[in-house]
Write a protein that binds this ligand. Structure first.
Ligand SMILES: Nc1ncnc2c1ncn2[C@@H]1O[C@H](COP(=O)(O)OP(=O)(O)OP(=O)(O)O)[C@@H](O)[C@H]1O
Length: 369
């Protein structure tokens, strides 16, 4: 797919810009704090209705404004689609070709993107919460129904936690808890199955790509780590039973602590290089290569799932990569993927490989060709 055009109004430090982005490779150059990341963030947000760097939508609205607007025209296999997204004090509104979408999950997935930024190293090094966010955002892009299930699970989790905090001992309490348990397990198992399938496919691509980048020197494996011992390859009905048994086993502990101790909200995933966990034993370079392999794998995975390549957004990462990894990255996208790159200077970019790039200067919320 291809982003033809983007328009921002009161989005972070952009009061108003209209940009035609009709080139395969778009390079945004400028000093620090001028709005380069904000621009990529806007494209990412137009795809997922959420920023990659904040969970607080309010931060996206320009300081002197009440609402932020992002509009874009996307060229897809079946034709052009116009996307509109508005953030305001009342929440967010999303339109596809002028038609307001009742559920945001119906909007997500129209535009697909893969972002690679320095902080992606945290997917390998950081906390389980960062990996869950990565999983959820990526699965949600290709299977919008997943986000709906995730929301339902989140609602049950909040209510169940509230109940656990206030419950007094007795038979009535057990009956009520049984109701919450069944709902938690029903949505939880759906999430677990989707995560398992996504990680399995991601591993297939990432293993290959990683081996290519390291000239066959390193084998990358990815493992799903559910919050309790579970054979995730089993059918949903079997997993449901196992989940319910686990909930009954941790019941007293949960009542004491007033919080749900097992379920997808505590899942994790692990990366192994030549059999050793990258998080613990990997060098900074190996961890960075792992993050890069993951991102490149995502591009292929999205293509496999939806039949079109996503946009690739590279935020200030080229200068961090050595020549070999830069070449691998450029060669991957040059053939098939529309790419948006930010950099503070062209000297760190392998321009020989980016002959047809369109270069834009970014200064204080203005973008010039
Ligand atoms: N809601 C907002 N309203 C107005 N300006 C904002 C808002 N949020 C951030 N900014 C401004 O945006 C600028 C940062 O832009 P951005 O993060 O895109 O920088 P950048 O060009 O990518 O720089 P770097 O190369 O350092 O990453 C800062 O000047 C910041 O004050």
């Amino acid at each position: 797919m291809f982003l033809n055009h983007i328009e921002l109004r009161n989005y972070r430090n952009y009061e108003r810009i209209e940009l035609s982005t009709d080139s395969q490779v778009n390079l945004f150059v400028g000093p620090n704090a001028q709005g380069k990341t904000n621009l990529l963030e806007a494209i990412f947000t137009l795809a997922l209705t959420k920023s990659h760097r904040t969970g607080k939508d309010k931060e996206l609205i320009g300081w002197n404004a009440d609402a932020a607007h992002i509009q874009g025209e996307v060229e897809k296999k079946y034709g052009k689609v116009k996307l509109d997204l508005v953030f305001s004090g009342q929440g967010k509104k999303a339109k596809i070709n002028g038609l307001e979408q009742r559920k945001l999950s119906d909007f997500v997935g129209t535009l697909n993107v893969v972002m690679f930024a320095p902080e992606d190293l945290e997917i390998v090094k950081g906390t389980p919460g960062i990996r869950r966010r990565f999983l959820d955002m990526e699965i949600g892009q290709v299977q919008p129904g997943y986000l709906h299930t995730l929301q339902q699970y989140g609602k049950v989790l909040v209510q169940r936690n509230n109940y656990l905090k206030t419950a007094s001992p007795g038979a009535a309490q057990q009956t009520m808890l049984d109701v919450w348990n069944a709902q938690l397990a029903e949505y939880g198992v759906k999430i677990i199955k989707k995560r398992q399938s996504f990680i399995h496919k991601l591993e297939r691509w990432a293993e290959n790509i990683h081996s290519g980048i390291t000239a066959g020197g390193e084998q990358l494996n990815i493992a799903y780590r559910p919050s309790f011992e579970l054979d995730v390859s089993q059918e949903e009905s079997v997993l449901f039973e196992q989940f319910m048994i686990k909930l009954s086993q941790v019941r007293d502990q949960e009542l004491r602590r007033g919080v749900t101790l097992v379920g997808p909200h505590r899942d994790d995933m692990a990366f192994y290089i030549n059999g050793k966990e990258a998080h613990i034993y990997g060098s900074q370079g190996q961890q960075r290569t792992t993050a890069l392999s993951l991102k490149l794998a995502e591009i292929e995975l999205i293509h496999e799932e939806i039949g079109e390549y996503p946009l690739l957004l590279l935020d200030d990462v080229l200068s961090e990569l050595d020549q070999n990894r830069q070449t691998q990255l450029i060669e991957t996208f040059q053939r098939k993927v529309q790419t948006f790159i930010t950099t503070t200077g062209l000297e760190s970019v392998n321009l020989g490989k980016l002959q047809d790039a369109r270069v834009y200067q970014v200064r204080g919320g203005q973008v010039m060709r």
